[in-house]
Design a protein. Structure first.
Length: 396
């Protein structure tokens, strides 16, 4: 065993892995593979039974998908607010290219999915499943390429994924909301107003987090999906803009502190638990007809072809009309590779799929489609970026 030469500092190799950009994506890949293995092993029955066992008022799977994932959505909301206020999306010129690319990357996959499922009205409810990009997976694959990919493309992909997450949150709120309870919804709004009012004087985190739990309860009871309480809470956490130089350590805003505190737990606890609980799909009885089913193919083609067409097409349109330039030092082939990586749609796609369909058979088709589309997108994107040159003389 390799040990650190500094007492109390832990294994340096492990530390380097935890702090690397690729670590979150690698852990998620490993957990997803483990879930599939378990779901097709002799302990599969115990795996599925355990997820549906009740702990208090909710099943284990509901605690994971409704409560634990609220922490993930809190992290998503914090990232969106930080980037919009004080990051790569803080000005309109910075938002244009990733914003238009994200819109294209949401619209094209949805249209392809709908085209595959026009003959099945029940399946059309899942139109948003292939529209989401998994930021941890995509950035993880990109970081494996190291200096072969210019920093501008990494910024572009991160910004696009953040806007994509915002779009997914809005889609969930608008299209996947159950019957509303007006009293609970009003109570949630009142709690939100109190949280916003606290911005003037409250500069400690715990009152926000306590009221965040209360907000989650009211949102859960209101019929709006409970995880959206995390996004709402994030938008009420105060942030201080950094005027051109790093903030002093003691002046870091509550939002920056909370985001920093959540990064590792979300990447290495919350998302892996969600992935393990929801990626497990049994291949028993899966046939070529299952793989070629409109629902499965709609998700897979939406992720692979839809993201490619939507993202790359949007960038091509914006650059050819001279509205923006390509990201610095990036070639068209590299943009093509990054567009393919946007087709990795694991966490949010799974989440939307679970909201869209209650039928386990349809959920399994969704999972298979996500695995197929994400795998092909990731491998193709990695291969292109591995061999593409910077500023190659391609003309389109």
């Amino acid at each position: 065993m390799v040990t650190s030469s500094r007492p109390g500092r832990g294994n340096p190799t492990f530390r380097e892995f935890i702090n690397s950009e690729a670590s979150g994506g690698i852990v998620l890949m490993a957990v997803a593979a483990l879930a599939i293995l378990v779901a097709n092993s002799p302990i599969a029955e115990a795996y599925f039974h355990g997820l549906h066992a009740y702990f208090g008022p909710l099943s284990i799977q509901h605690w994971i998908n409704d409560a634990l994932m609220a922490v993930f959505f809190l992290m998503v909301g914090l990232e969106i607010k930080r980037e919009m206020t004080d990051g790569q999306l803080s000005t309109w010129p910075r938002r244009i290219l990733p914003g238009v690319a994200a819109l294209g990357g949401m619209a094209a996959p949805a249209l392809i999915y709908v085209w595959f499922n026009l003959g099945n009205p029940a399946a059309l409810r899942g139109w948003a499943i292939p529209s989401a990009t998994d930021i941890a997976f995509a950035l993880g694959v990109l970081s494996l390429l190291g200096p072969r990919v210019p920093a501008s493309l990494k910024v572009f992909l991160a910004a696009l994924a953040i806007i994509d997450d915002l779009g997914a949150v809005l889609v969930i709120a608008i299209f996947y909301t159950a019957d509303l309870s007006l009293p609970d919804l009003i109570a949630a709004v009142v709690v939100t107003v109190i949280l916003l009012a606290m911005n003037r004087k409250v500069r400690v985190l715990w009152p926000y987090l306590v009221l965040g739990v209360v907000l989650w309860i009211f949102v859960y009871r209101s019929g709006v999906h409970a995880t959206l309480a995390g996004v709402v809470l994030a938008l009420t956490i105060p942030i201080t803009r950094t005027p051109g130089k790093p903030e002093a350590k003691g002046d870091v805003s509550l939002l920056h502190r909370l985001e920093h505190a959540l990064q590792k737990p979300v990447a290495f606890v919350v998302v892996p638990i969600f992935g393990f609980a929801n990626a497990g799909v049994s291949f028993a009885g899966v046939t070529l007809a299952t793989l070629g089913a409109p629902l499965t193919m709609g998700v897979a083609a939406g992720l692979f072809l839809g993201k490619l067409i939507g993202v790359f097409g949007a960038v091509l349109l914006m650059v050819r009309t001279r509205i923006v330039d390509l990201p610095a030092q990036a070639s068209w082939m590299q943009v093509l590779g990054v567009s393919l990586l946007c087709g990795i749609g694991f966490t949010m796609s799974l989440f939307i799929g679970l909201l869209a369909f209650a039928d386990p058979a349809m959920q399994d088709q969704v999972k298979i489609g996500i695995i197929m589309g994400s795998l092909v997108s990731g491998v193709a994107g990695f291969a292109i970026l591995r061999f593409a040159r910077r500023e190659a003389p391609y003309r389109i």
